[in-house]
Design a binder for this molecule. Structure first.
Ligand code: HEM
Length: 523
């Protein structure tokens, strides 16, 4: 009798032993296969833990240390790294075209579904291009340069309001050592731009942090941070940001992890209140849109009654046959995406200008030398400030994963089979010392004139790349450049000092600023 039969016979003849030991044996065989030369990714360098289990990435994502952990592994194992049994990260801009651009780019992996909203796939979380296409097609015109030029008045009004709020906060804080939380104000700016320009109604994020009295009554007192209330959409935004902790898990495990976490750390009343405030707001926007679409169907030549009419984001989706329920979910996603990333980037840009008085003075000189009213994006130094802010903010620092399609993919002489999850990571590319001299330094001048290299243009990916890059990239650039110009012109940063020398983040898909504060003081 062979040795294996001697070993297995007593086990298999006993049903309880069979039931308990068979899964263990299967797990053991799977682990052995993953580290063996038989595995199709055995030729990709990596230490043993990520080869054995995807829990390595899951653990670092949960702790918010994913980018630093992967960076340390790249330093030891080289630019092409196995980050899990079935996943690879490439810290070279040469890989970008193949993964994200060629032939429409590779598809997003299934775990993007963990970002679904209220049971609906969003334009962001959809992995099936045929489902995404009609939705994106319905709204994409809103993000064109021509549309943005038409909407510049609406965006400009919000920016003016933002600067007035900043000046008022400065007046209250100046000389008193009182800290002003920029992140709260920039989130207010961002939510008001997205809502006014895309949803046809201004949310009111800049009007004050407290929600309405009736909402307080319904959901308990609003209390976000230890010191003061935050902007009313912030609780909802922070809840969505927190999805990034568990997002690599399969959906069933994600659901359990979220439930368990909610039991151990019950959400603050503030989070419920914020969700309810945003839900109410979105419901009103979609109602407006439905009424405008209905009115136009009944009387096609009549002008729209409100500012938004049938051209808003929700009205366009409804006209494309998307249900009202899904349209509400898509609008919520827009509020989240638009508030979080733009808010964080604007706060970082102002924080960097306060930290670098020479750069602040250089923008002032550029503005003083520009007499005719021009588009802020055409000012080279100011645009450099915004680009450096986006490079260093790490608002979306971690990998942008994609699935290798049938037929596999060759890169740098290495074969990766179909189904492998491959990625490039903004954190890696934005801090690559071979592309950026002194990569950690804020240097807007590197973007001006002859110092701009082809590699810089290629590896700067704050908005992702290819067909699934940020749909609102143009809107975000207009908002950041115009707001930076208005802030510098107003002189609000004169005499400002940063409170902390670093902005600590948890490296989730949308990074979380530790303490949710980016602060300035005025002497
Ligand atoms: C500075 C601001 C912003 C940054 C840095 C940013 C970053 C990104 C990135 C990196 C992606 C690609 C994600 C991936 O490949 O998985 C993305 C996608 C997306 N963003 Fe943004 N974003 C910003 C502003 C906005 C705004 C203002 C909105 C909405 C008004 C928005 C809506 C979206 C949507 C809907 C997608 C999904 C596109 C698709 O998959 O087809 N983003 N964004």
């Amino acid at each position: 009798m062979a040795f294996s039969n001697l070993l297995l016979f007593p086990i298999l003849s006993h049903p309880i032993l069979t039931l308990t030991l068979t899964p263990l044996l299967l797990i053991l065989l799977t682990l052995l296969y993953r580290i063996s030369p038989l595995h199709p990714l055995s030729h990709i360098p990596s230490p043993i833990t990520p080869r054995l289990t995807s829990l390595y990435l899951t653990y670092h994502a949960w702790r918010g240390t994913e980018c630093r952990a992967i960076h340390a592994l790249h330093r030891t194992h080289g630019p092409i790294l196995r980050t899990g049994p079935n996943s690879i990260d490439i810290s070279s801009g040469h890989a970008l075209h193949g993964i994200y651009v060629a032939n429409g780019g590779f598809a997003k992996p299934a775990f993007y579904a963990n970002f679904d909203i209220d049971g609906h796939r969003s334009i962001f979380s959809e992995t099936d291009p045929t489902q995404r296409a009609p939705r994106a097609k319905a709204v994409v015109a809103l993000f064109s340069t021509a549309s943005l030029r038409q909407g510049s008045g609406v965006i400009g009004e919000v920016i003016d309001h933002f600067v007035r709020r900043l000046l008022a906060e400065k007046a209250k804080a100046k000389g008193k050592g009182r800290r002003v939380n920029l992140l709260d104000l920039t989130r207010g700016l961002a939510v008001d731009v997205v809502s006014s320009y895309l949803l046809g109604r201004r949310y009111g994020g800049l009007d004050g942090p407290a929600p309405t009295a009736s909402d307080e009554k319904r959901h308990g007192k609003y209390e976000h941070g230890p010191d003061e209330p935050h902007m009313s959409a912030s609780g909802m935004v922070d809840s969505f940001v927190a999805v990034g902790r568990f997002w690599y898990l399969p959906t069933w495990a994600f659901t359990w992890a979220e439930r368990l976490d909610a039991t151990i750390h019950p959400p603050l009343a503030a989070a419920h209140t914020s969700m309810a405030v945003v839900d109410d707001f979105v419901a009103r926007c979609v109602q407006d849109a439905a009424a405008a679409v209905e009115a136009q169907t009944e009387s096609p030549t009549a002008p729209s009654k409100d500012g938004g009419g049938t051209g808003t984001f929700p009205a366009r989706l409804l006209q494309a046959g998307i249900s009202a329920d899904e349209t509400r979910a898509q609008c919520k996603d827009l509020i989240f995406a638009g508030t979080d990333s733009t808010g964080m980037n604007m706060a970082v840009i102002m924080w960097q200008l306060a930290r670098h008085p020479a750069c602040y003075a250089a923008v002032k000189r550029e503005l003083a030398a520009t007499s005719s009213p021009v588009d802020a994006q055409s000012l080279p130094y100011l645009r450099g400030v915004v680009r450096e802010g986006l490079r260093l903010s790490m608002a979306n620092p971690s990998r942008l994963p994609r699935v290798v399609p049938p037929g596999g993919w060759e890169f740098d002489g290495l074969h990766m089979p179909a189904g492998t999850v491959v990625s490039c990571t903004p954190y890696e590319l934005h801090l690559d010392g071979s592309v950026w001299a002194e990569p950690e330094a804020f240097r807007p001048e590197r973007w001006v004139g002859a110092t701009v290299t082809e590699e810089m243009g290629r590896d700067w990916i704050p908005f992702g790349l290819g067909t699934r890059q940020c749909i609102a990239r143009n809107l975000a650039m207009v908002e950041l450049c115009e707001a930076t110009r208005a802030v510098v012109r107003s002189g609000v940063l004169d005499g400002a000092r940063v409170v902390e020398e670093r902005i600590e983040i948890l490296e989730w898909f949308n990074s979380k600023v530790v303490g949710e504060r980016v602060e300035l003081v005025w002497d």
